[in-house]
Design a binder for this molecule. Structure first.
Ligand SMILES: *Cc1c(COP(=O)(O)O)cnc(C)c1O
Length: 375
């Protein structure tokens, strides 16, 4: 069935054709090996190569990433397994790879690994499409938009056009937006990559990742890498992820609406600076974001006056867990500088909006701010 509506697509994505007395979403298949006599041809032979629970989830994610198009998804044990599958499998000694300098925390580690293999890595900021200026002779361009945690946005189509014109492949880390917020393959990218640990599965209880490609040859390279490194998700995680996708639209619609309401409320406060949310009309990211995004995500970032104020704020919150990660139905917030690594002020807060009632969440945040900044 084809539909253009996200909620309908999310609840039905990846379901097998109805079969009498079978469950609508078949349960997890726990198998290291499958019955297999004679010539060893698939679909199911050995559990590191294929698993029917992955197949259902991979079809579901493909439907969300590129509705109505023939694309291929490979699921991984974590977001970093998916990120590494593209960056490490595509790069050879002497190649040039362009990364954002404000992307996910573990990218500098990937950079070290690439450089250890003789790959030349260039970096540039996400904002202002600055990676355009680093493209010369590059084999692969890695985008992360909106970037985490700074929430800058780059123009994917513009970067893709420039990259493809020079024979450079483009991958987009789509973790923050989810496919309901932005579809990188439709914007021309070769790989859409995500940590499904975040909003995609949305409950803060599993790690998972995926890579989706339109080109079967690129997809085959990603699958081969998964087989080689064995970075496979367990069937239970894959099944839980598929189950979670059914509520993706409900969750992200609520989270995005509340994130905007929170950003608007924070915009009116004198004790909050550096406020960023791509959905805010006067955010520097907004003009590009409205052109390529359909939802602006659940993460709002802002700066409080120093480490102590930020810590008092986190302490005073009652409905928001002080925890890293984002995209969960339960709101979380953290003082990002506690990790080191990101170029952010000591009082920088990354706030992930959950599915609580917006009036409760906003009241909790305002009360905590009042307490943290009083006196
Ligand atoms: C969390 C995250 C990752 C890594 O995902 P894991 O599931 O933790 O391995 C990659 N990219 C972005 C943007 C992330 O937020």
């Amino acid at each position: 069935m084809s539909t253009t509506n996200d909620g309908t697509r999310a609840v039905r994505a990846g379901l097998p054709a109805p079969e009498q007395y079978e469950p609508t979403l078949p349960g997890p298949v726990f198998a290291a090996h499958f019955h297999l006599s004679g010539k060893p041809v698939g679909p199911y032979t050995y559990g590191r190569d294929t698993n029917p629970t992955w197949t259902h989830l991979e079809r579901a994610i493909s439907e969300l990433e590129a509705p109505g198009r023939q694309v291929e998804t490979t699921v991984f044990a974590s977001g970093m397994a998916a990120v590494s599958a593209v960056l490490l499998s595509r790069s050879r000694a002497g190649d040039v790879v362009v990364l954002p300098d404000d992307g996910y925390q573990a990218l500098p580690l990937v950079r070290e690994q690439l450089e250890a293999y003789g790959v030349h890595v260039r970096t540039a900021p996400t904002g202002g499409d600055a990676q355009l200026r680093a493209l010369d002779g590059a084999k692969l361009l890695w985008l992360e938009t909106p970037s985490n945690p700074g929430l800058d946005v780059c123009d994917v189509r513009r970067l893709v056009d420039a990259a493809h014109g020079a024979g450079t492949l483009v991958a987009v880390d789509n973790t923050l937006a989810t496919p309901l917020g932005q579809r990188p393959l439709e914007l021309g990218a070769d790989f859409s990559v995500a940590s499904d640990t975040k909003a995609m599965t949305g409950h803060g209880d599993i790690l998972l990742g995926h890579v989706t490609c339109g080109d079967p040859q690129l997809a085959a390279g990603v699958r081969r890498w998964r087989k080689v490194v064995g970075a496979i998700p367990g069937p239970m995680e894959a099944w839980l992820a598929h189950r979670s996708l059914a509520t993706l639209q409900l969750r992200v619609d609520r989270q995005c609406a509340t994130a905007l309401a929170l950003a608007e409320a924070l915009a009116g406060r004198a004790d909050v600076t550096g406020l960023r949310y791509p959905g805010l009309p006067d955010d520097p990211s907004h003009p590009v974001a409205v052109r390529q995004m359909r939802r602006f995500g659940s993460v709002v970032s802002f700066v409080l006056d120093g480490k102590e104020t930020a810590e008092r704020f986190l302490e005073a919150l009652e409905l928001v867990d002080d925890a890293t990660s984002f995209g969960s139905v339960r709101s979380t917030a953290e003082r990002r500088a506690r990790w080191g690594g990101d170029a952010v002020p000591e009082g920088f807060i990354r706030f992930s909006v959950g599915a609580e009632d917006p009036e409760d969440l906003l009241a909790d945040v305002m009360k905590a701010l009042d307490r943290a900044t009083a006196g």
